[in-house]
Design a protein around this ligand. Structure first.
Ligand SMILES: O=C(O)CCC(=O)C(=O)O
Ligand SMILES: [Fe+2]
Length: 277
C-alpha cells in the first residue's frame, strides 16, 4: 500500500503514548482564558492555538481546535510551549524525539523500496523541521453539517498520526471511496505527504484524508509532521526519471510549495497538481 499505513511495531513506548494523549486532553480542558493567550490566526507563528483550518481564508469553518507547535530543534522551541499542564513540555519533547527517529527509519524503508540508497530521502529532504498539531474535536451538535477537517493531503513529507484510541474519526480516500481508519490499540498511522509523492515521481501517493466529528464524544489526535527546510529544492529523484517514466513534477523549493499551500483553502485540487511539468 503506497499511500498510508498503520504501524504497530514502531518502537514507541505505549506508556509514553498514553501520557501524550493525557497531557493533550488536559491542555484542552484548561480554562478558556488561559488558552486564549496562545490564540493566533497567523500560520507563520511557531506556536499557536487556533480553530478550524485557516480562518483567514475559509468561508465555512470546521469543528476543530488545534495547538500547533514547532518541535525541532527542541531546545529552541520548548521554552515557549505551554507550561500548563506541568508535564506538557517534558512528555511532548520525549514523544517528539521518538517520532523523529521513527520517521527517519520510515524514510530509509521508503527509499529502499524505490531502489534508492537508504539515506536518499533523509539526505535530500535536509535537516528537517518538525511540526505538531494537537487536534481537539469537541462533540458537535450537528456533525452532518461540517467536518473536523475537510479532505486534504498533507503538504509536508511524512506525517505520523497518533489517534484517539476510543473515538474514530479519520477517513482516507481509497479507490474513490471514503474509508474509516479505525483506531487500533498501540498503532500509529503514517500518512505519505505531498513531498514524498514528488520525490518518488508519483510512485508513493500523498493520501487524501479528512476527519469527521460526532455529536456525543470529543476526539483527540496528535499529528507530527516532518517537513523539509524551506530552501530545499524538491522534485522527482533523478534515478526515478527515465524515458518510460518522465518527470511528473518540476523542481521547486519547499518554501514556494508551503506558501502556495497556505494561500489556498483545503478541499481544492491537490496542491501538487500546480507543480506538474
Ligand atoms: O484528526 C485526524 O485524525 C487527522 C488530523 C490531520 O489530518 C492533520 O492534522 O493534518
Ligand atoms: Fe492531515
Amino acid at each position: 500500500m503506497r499511500f498510508g499505513l498503520q504501524v504497530l511495531n514502531h518502537g514507541i513506548d505505549d506508556g509514553l503514548i498514553a501520557e501524550v494523549m493525557a497531557v493533550a486532553r488536559e491542555f484542552f480542558r484548561l480554562p478558556a482564558e488561559e488558552k486564549a493567550k496562545l490564540y493566533s490566526d497567523d500560520p507563520t507563528r511557531k506556536i499557536r492555538l487556533s480553530t478550524s483550518f485557516n480562518v483567514r481564508k475559509e468561508t465555512v469553518h470546521n469543528w476543530r481546535d488545534y495547538l500547533r507547535l514547532h518541535c525541532h530543534p527542541l531546545d529552541q522551541f520548548v521554552p515557549d510551549w505551554p507550561s500548563n499542564p506541568p508535564d506538557f513540555k517534558e512528555t511532548i519533547s520525549s514523544y517528539c524525539r521518538e517520532v523523529r527517529a521513527l520517521g527517519f527509519r520510515l524514510y530509509a524503508a521508503i527509499s529502499e523500496s524505490l531502489g534508492l540508497e537508504a539515506s536518499y530521502m533523509e539526505q535530500t529532504l535536509g535537516e528537517q523541521e518538525q511540526h505538531m498539531a494537537v487536534n481537539f474535536y469537541p462533540p458537535c451538535p450537528e456533525p452532518e453539517l461540517t467536518y473536523g477537517l475537510p479532505a486534504h493531503t498533507d503538504p509536508n513529507a511524512l506525517t505520523i498520526l497518533l489517534m484517539d484510541q476510543d473515538v474514530a474519526g479519520l477517513q482516507v480516500l481509497h479507490a474513490g471511496r471514503w474509508v474509516a481508519v479505525n483506531p487500533r490499540p498501540g498503532a500509529l498511522v503514517v500518512n505519505i505527504g505531498d513531498q514524498l509523492q514528488a520525490l518518488s515521481n508519483g510512485q508513493y501517493r500523498s493520501v487524501w484524508h479528512r476527519a469527521v466529528v460526532n455529536s456525543d464524544r470529543e476526539r483527540l489526535s496528535v499529528a507530527s509532521f516532518l517537513c523539509p527546510c524551506s530552501g530545499v529544492v524538491l522534485g522527482p529523484a533523478r534515478k526515478l526519471v527515465t524515458d518510460e517514466t518522465p518527470a511528473v513534477y518540476r523542481s521547486y523549493t519547499y518554501d514556494e510549495y508551503y506558501k502556495k499551500f497556505w494561500s489556498r483553502n483545503l478541499d481544492q485540487e491537490h496542491c501538487l497538481e500546480l507543480f506538474r511539468t
